[in-house]
Design a protein around this ligand. Structure first.
Ligand SMILES: *Cc1c(COP(=O)(O)O)cnc(C)c1O
Length: 407
């Protein structure tokens, strides 16, 4: 267990100093002042002259203060630290994690282009592709998240401009072969976008060939279930100019309070995640030994699809994983179990300090047959509670499940 725990927590040790120091304009100030930058709300920026206003207006790609809709100082500080965590050159903070998915798709796809989405993709990203992108004349093909290079090659078209990945899938936890996806995309002149929300800090996208990395800052970075925000990060000047221009054209930003709260959350993200990852592993191990459970879809376990890619490419595991029950257990019995849990909240989202549960069966759609777990399944987010208490709660839930199955 010691080894297993260090394997799921190593990445955050590496990041902890960066999370404390990253993005801060002055660590040791020239004059006395607060540790944290103030919340900088504002719309109008005043300039000493028309010439100064014009000169500053030229600097819209430089995280500079121009007009409130183009970002505030606290948003720019958040952008600097997110870019550092992801290992990229520039980050654009946006209003939600979903906006972080839709903005780069709009920025880099044109009418007549073709998009490849993994069948495991976050539901609202799927809906966006199926509705708005389709309306704009952009066609989407869903690919199996664990498709090999040959299969993927076969799906690439002349007008395939974007290959999208989400690793692991946030409900079904297939870990994808991102370097391979990158090789195939680049060989066809396409770019690779990755929704890296699960892998924040433990999957370094630009070392694995990703062109555009997406984060729902709502999750672990904010960490307290009180913020909606997102970020898109690149490591290339040309991509940055297109992305930044698109963000300005659409009017994408996040409010100063959201940015400030996210920065506050980020400063303690390494310790939260170290603890949550460890607790998640403990709970996952316990569930794995239960007779009602067929598989625990935790990327650190070898029964998780794509586990070998996790071993090869990740520096840890976060605290969100799936559980597949035996296929002779009914969905209704699983629902009774979920309703009976006292410490796990029933609700969307994850990455906060508190534990959550959500059914996967009935809540997730697939285009390709056979991509879903066979038995009733649910997803757990492990928070900062004592894992012994969480296990006791799950034990009670499984008792309800057994009673429900018998009755
Ligand atoms: C939650 C989530 C999003 C969307 O984030 P919001 O801030 O809730 O819009 C995107 N991708 C993944 C993988 C998520 O889990």
């Amino acid at each position: 267990m010691e080894n297993a725990i260090s394997q799921v927590t190593s990445g955050w040790r590496r990041l902890s100093s960066l999370l404390v120091q990253g993005g801060r304009p002055e660590i040791v100030p020239t004059e006395g002042g607060f540790v944290n930058a103030p919340v900088s709300r504002g719309s109008t920026v005043l300039f000493p002259s028309l010439a100064a206003m014009k000169a500053q207006g030229q600097r819209s790609h430089e995280h500079e203060l121009i007009y409130g809709a183009m970002g505030t100082p606290v948003q720019h500080e958040l952008e600097r630290v997110i870019a550092q965590i992801e290992g990229g050159s520039h980050s654009q903070v946006v209003s939600s994690g979903l906006a972080a998915c839709t903005l780069p798709l709009l920025a880099f796809l044109n009418t007549g282009d073709h998009l490849l989405l993994p069948d495991s993709v976050y539901g609202p990203t799927r809906r966006f592709a199926d509705t708005m992108l389709a309306r704009l004349g952009i066609e989407t093909t869903y690919y199996p998240p664990l498709a090999d290079a040959g299969t993927l090659e076969g799906l690439m078209r002349e007008r395939t401009r974007v290959v999208f990945a989400e690793s692991p899938g946030s409900h079904t936890f297939e870990v994808q072969d991102v370097p391979m996806l990158s090789r195939v995309a680049h060989a066809h002149g396409a770019i690779l976008m990755l929704d890296n929300t699960w892998g924040i800090g433990i999957f370094r996208p630009f070392l694995h060939g990703v062109d555009i990395s997406i984060q729902a800052l709502t999750k672990y970075p904010a960490g307290h279930s009180d913020v909606i925000a997102g970020a898109v990060t690149v490591d290339d000047e040309t991509l940055w100019r297109t992305l930044r221009d698109s963000a300005i054209q659409i009017g994408q930003l996040a409010g100063a309070d959201e940015c400030w709260l996210t920065l506050r959350g980020l400063r303690s993200m390494a310790v939260r995640l170290e603890r949550q990852a460890e607790s998640a592993l403990v709970v996952a191990h316990w569930l794995r030994g239960r007779p009602e459970v067929a598989r625990v879809l935790h990327p650190a376990f070898d029964e998780c699809p794509g586990h070998a890619f996790w071993l090869r490419d990740f520096e840890g595991a976060s605290s969100l994983f799936g559980v597949e029950l035996r296929s002779d257990i009914s969905v209704a019995a699983m629902q009774d179990m979920i309703d009976a849990l006292a410490m796990f909240g029933i609700g969307a989202s994850w990455g906060g300090y508190e534990s959550l549960v959500l059914p996967t069966t009935g809540g997730v759609r697939r285009s390709i047959p056979g991509g879903m777990p066979e038995g009733p399944s649910f997803r757990l987010h492990i928070g900062l509670e004592n894992p012994d208490d969480l296990i006791a709660d799950l034990e009670g839930g499984l008792e309800v499940l057994r009673a429900s199955s018998a009755g």
